[in-house]
Design a binder for this molecule. Structure first.
Ligand code: ADP
Ligand code: MG
Length: 224
């Protein structure tokens, strides 16, 4: 099991319960959609997996480890097995597209020259081969999103968490990005793709995790 939630709830300090008794078990190698209206808790659920948030109740298991038992010094190694595309990109403003995408490798200790070719190829793959030296402020929203996607996958993560990665691009670019994620998945990366875009979810026959009212609802409840 790659990720499992057992009776997981998340309550923010303001007292608001955002996730309520969530149970799930994600298998390695699959592509999952995580859907639900804006405010349904998609980003919160991804933050629980990425260890940016602790559950108020229940157990989150990641790579067969109970995350409540993790020591702080184990986080970096754990996060190297995860890739995350944040909804708001979170690029470093004074670094170029190339340097931003290379950051996880550099933080893991790789030398600049060793990683440069690999990162260039990755940026070409996401269609940014001619924007390598641009700063985030010189890139459009869609281009910044693609830099953040390159950064998320540069480490070849086992699990990729993508938070509305097609939220800032037109329909055609969204389709192209979707194909990148599907290709990555074919190469073995498990993907959790959060989106509120129903048309996107309908177009691909992939398992769906659907949030509503803080609960994960099943296909049967959906039909009812
Ligand atoms: N840090 C926080 N503190 C308090 N409430 C939050 C926080 N982050 C998100 N929320 C609230 O939790 C709910 C779910 O948010 P979020 O997980 O961002 O949903 P989604 O990604 O599905 O749009 C929203 O009502 C949001 O306002
Ligand atoms: Mg969100």
């Amino acid at each position: 099991m790659l990720v499992s939630f057992e009776h997981v709830s998340l309550r923010y300090p303001c007292g608001r319960t955002v996730l309520d008794d969530i149970n799930l078990a994600l298998m390695p190698g699959l592509f999952y959609f995580l859907t639900g209206a804006s405010g349904a808790g998609k980003s919160s659920l991804l933050r629980l997996i990425y260890q940016m948030e602790k559950p108020s109740a229940g157990r989150v298991t990641l790579f067969d480890r109970d995350t409540a038992q993790l020591y702080r010094h184990e986080y970096p190694a754990l996060r190297r097995r995860l890739g995350i595309v944040f909804q708001d990109f979170r690029l470093v403003p004074h670094l170029s597209a190339l340097e931003n995408a290379a950051l996880p490798l550099r933080l893991a200790g790789a030398e600049r020259l060793d990683v440069e070719q690999h990162v260039k190829e990755l940026l070409q793959w996401v269609g940014l081969g001619d924007r390598l030296h641009a700063l985030p402020s010189e890139l459009s929203g869609g281009e910044q999103q693609r830099v953040s996607i390159a950064r998320a996958i540069v480490n070849k993560p086992r699990l990729l968490l993508a938070d509305e990665p097609t939220g800032n691009v037109d329909d055609e670019s969204a389709q192209k990005l979707m194909h990148l994620f599907l290709e990555l998945n074919k190469m073995g990366t498990t993907v959790i793709f959060a989106t509120h875009q129903k048309d996107l979810v309908r177009r691909y026959a992939k398992p769906i995790l659907r949030l509503r009212g803080g609960r994960l609802i099943t296909a049967r409840e959906e039909a009812a």
